[in-house]
Design a protein around this ligand. Structure first.
Ligand code: NIG
Ligand code: FE
Length: 374
């Protein structure tokens, strides 16, 4: 593969020991050092003092759906609470949509995310909720990412059937070949802790790795379950007891915070400061979905996390890149150390500080994914 040398970088964030103001990439990072003594490469790009950083790792999204819920959002902004009940509206629209429509919607959102600097995105099923629609959701997701998550346990579509039996039986059978991860919405009105444990362990027995929607709307034992099962990530963490913070801090489970969700549901933000100060690993992700957080923008999440969750700009950048990589148990992305996958962003700004300092401004100027300009 051809090599590209980028010189004259104003601020090069690598999150590794490899430092400098120049980088050479092929499909991997080949070299990092100073512009003055950079080796030759096939092509050259002068960054003109701009900041270069790893591409964002968005470790939590729900992109396989049809329709939108703008009216539900408007009602919320007029005072209605968010309950998750609107998931049913999206399930109905998703079941009625063709494969082509679902694929088109999802790839449009992936392209939108990539224009904002996302180079890896996890995508969940969860708006099919029957064997056929969950399996096709994952088939479509797997054309867009390798980070596919089976979320048949999003809600129970009908009280009359043994839905946990279905999710751990025929649906798992049909979905496991297309998924890397298994997730459960562990929440009052969705799946309780025992059901969630049964669902995640059934998935693990099929080779899927566990992650979980935990403590989003209420305090529960979901975070404890995440740690018990060594989930890669406990997502949301909006309502945490001290014992949850302690459990996360002494585990390998990442606390993935989703500020777009609190922003769009007017819920209190998760206490990122408390988690970081306790020693927990924190990731930031969009939770992009039509109900609780219809944003694909990692820069937006960084700006909110810095402004309203008391994260420093440096912490937020790390959480949106390295944190996401850890939430996906990946060592090859989220950083620009030599050998990393060449996923990088050139900003139209001298420093990544501008991501939070200039909220809402499209600062991503160029994106390389596996070394290829997007
Ligand atoms: O992560 N909490 C569960 N699932 C999504 C929201 C789904 C929806 O409202 O459509 C979430 O917030
Ligand atoms: Fe979610």
């Amino acid at each position: 593969m051809r090599t590209l040398l980028i010189t004259n970088i104003g601020e090069l964030t690598t999150f590794s020991d490899d430092i400098g103001d120049a980088i050479i990439v092929s499909d991997r990072v080949e070299w990092v050092g100073s512009s003055a003594n950079a080796p030759a490469a096939d092509e050259r790009l002068d960054a003109g003092g701009a900041a270069v950083m790893p591409g964002f790792v968005d470790s939590h999204s729900h992109l396989i759906f049809a329709g939108d819920r703008a009216h539900e959002f408007a009602a919320r902004m007029a005072g209605e609470p968010y309950t998750g009940g609107g998931i049913r509206t999206t399930v109905a629209a998703t079941r009625a949509a063709s494969d082509e429509e679902l694929a088109r919607n999802a790839s449009r959102l992936v392209a939108e995310a990539m224009r904002q600097g996302t180079t890896t995105i996890e995508i969940k099923s969860g708006y099919g909720l029957d064997v056929e629609n969950e399996a096709r959701s994952l088939r479509i997701a797997s054309t867009l990412t390798t980070e596919t998550t089976y979320l048949g346990a999003h809600i129970k579509p009908s009280p009359d059937v043994d839905y946990v039996g279905l999710v751990t039986g025929a649906m798992l059978e049909a979905c496991a070949p297309h998924a890397k991860w298994i997730d459960v919405f562990c929440e009052r009105g969705a799946f309780d802790v025992d059901e969630s444990r049964a669902i995640l362990t059934a998935g693990m027995a099929k080779g899927l790795q566990p992650r979980i929607h935990a403590n989003q709307l209420t305090m529960s034992k979901a975070v404890q379950l995440a740690v018990e099962l060594d989930c890669a990530s406990a997502d949301h963490c909006t309502h945490l007891a001290d014992e949850d913070v302690d459990a996360l801090a002494s585990s390998h489970t990442v606390a993935t915070l989703l500020p777009g969700c609190e922003f769009s549901t007017r819920a209190p933000y998760p206490d990122a400061r408390r988690l970081i100060d306790a020693g927990a690993t924190v990731a930031l992700a969009t939770d992009c979905n039509p109900g609780s957080s219809f944003t694909s923008s990692m820069p937006f999440c960084i700006a909110v996390a810095v402004r309203d969750m008391r994260m420093t700009p440096a912490e937020a950048l790390w959480s949106a890149t390295m944190g996401g990589a850890k939430a996906l148990r990946r060592n090859d992305i989220g950083h620009l150390g030599v050998g990393a996958q060449a996923d990088l962003v050139i900003l139209g700004a001298p420093s990544s500080l501008h991501l939070a300092y200039r909220p809402g401004v499209p600062l991503v100027k160029k994106v390389l994914r596996i070394g290829v300009p997007q």
